[in-house]
Design a protein around this ligand. Structure first.
Ligand code: IPE
Ligand code: IPE
Ligand code: MG
Ligand code: MG
Ligand code: MG
Length: 306
């Protein structure tokens, strides 16, 4: 799949996800709800609807499609993933964490609203994600829905995203630099876990065979690790106008990154190695040409400019 076909497919999925986000994040209460506090829903909409690559939803939708499922189930899971991701960004940007003022080319949520509203918007987005996954509209099988909820909880909790964020903050305050293997583990938790769960959600929704699930899980872990290395390279080399967020902040804040531990060239080599690993895993997954979108995603992770 060439770059422009991939870009069009990513844009098409992003548009479908945004249409669905518009519905679940309507300002008016949804059936059965007593109220939607105006300031809270405004902040949730601000954080989710203002741009973003929608890569996590794309991974879920594209994995399911490669395995033969193309209905609304994977899109609903994608919306849940994007809600979690938006929540993680809102909290990541708070003064108590990375203290950033710019996200997706606009003021961060706590800047546009206030800290209390931003914290609550993140909390409510997290709850909404689980509500979406638990809804029979996502999948008719209660077993599949329970597996999705449990898998997401593991990916984002104590030993997933939130645990990784704790290690990231600990490292920032530490006097001695982390080892390469400790950085790899930190990044697998803070960023890799949600990205690889996005692929896993696709395999679960499509009822993939154990062999295909295992190969795609390797693919997910590899691009998950690659994604944060690319983010760290962009922080070191990119520009704020293209990225929509402040740059050079990692070195300034003593963040534990592979760019810091291995240098730019070393981090680039590791990124390329991981993309190769992701491509080999796809080749052995048995999805064949149906996996071309996922193959193009691996290349995109390494070459993206924002
Ligand atoms: C940024 O994620 C935060 C990281 C996990 C590195 P993205 O680069 O996917 O952010 P958006 O959603 O496209 O803005
Ligand atoms: C964020 O990593 C990972 C999350 C879990 C949100 P970063 O702190 O490097 O992300 P940016 O650079 O602020 O987008
Ligand atoms: Mg951070
Ligand atoms: Mg940050
Ligand atoms: Mg970063």
């Amino acid at each position: 799949m060439d770059e422009s076909t991939f870009a069009a497919r990513l844009a098409e999925t992003a548009a479908a996800i945004e249409r669905e986000l518009e519905i679940v994040l309507s300002a008016e209460p949804r059936p059965g709800e007593p109220a939607r506090p105006a300031r809270l829903i405004a902040a949730m909409r601000y954080a989710t609807l203002g741009g973003g690559k929608r890569l996590r939803p794309f991974l879920a939708v594209e994995t399911a499609r490669a395995l033969g499922r193309a209905d609304k189930g994977p899109r609903r899971a994608g919306v849940a993933l994007e809600c979690i991701h938006a929540y993680s960004l809102i909290h990541d940007d708070l003064p108590a964490m990375d203290d950033d003022d710019l996200r997706r080319g606009r003021p961060t949520t706590h800047r546009a609203f206030d800290e209390a509203t931003a914290i609550l918007a993140g909390d409510a987005l997290q709850a909404l994600a689980f509500e979406m996954l638990a809804d029979p509209a996502t999948d008719p099988s209660a077993d599949v829905r329970a597996a999705l909820c449990a898998g997401l909880a593991r990916a984002v909790g104590l030993s997933g995203m939130v645990g990784g964020q704790m290690l990231d903050i600990d490292a920032e305050r530490s006097m001695s630099p982390l080892s390469v293997s400790a950085i790899v583990r930190l990044q697998a938790m803070k960023t890799g876990a949600l990205l690889s769960f996005s692929v896993e959600a696709g395999t679960r929704l499509a009822g993939a065979s154990p062999a295909a699930s295992a190969a795609l899980s390797t693919y997910g872990r590899s691009i998950g690790a690659a994604f944060q290395i690319a983010d760290d390279l962009l922080d070191a080399e990119g520009d704020a106008a293209t990225l929509g967020k402040r740059v050079r902040k990692d070195a300034e804040r003593n963040k534990a990154t592979l760019v810091g531990a291995l240098g730019i060239e070393g981090a680039r080599r590791e990124l390329a190695r991981l993309i190769g690993e992701a491509e080999s895993a796809l080749d052995s997954s048995g999805v064949g040409a149906a996996g071309d979108g996922l193959r193009a995603t691996a290349r995109f992770v390494a070459t993206r400019k924002n």
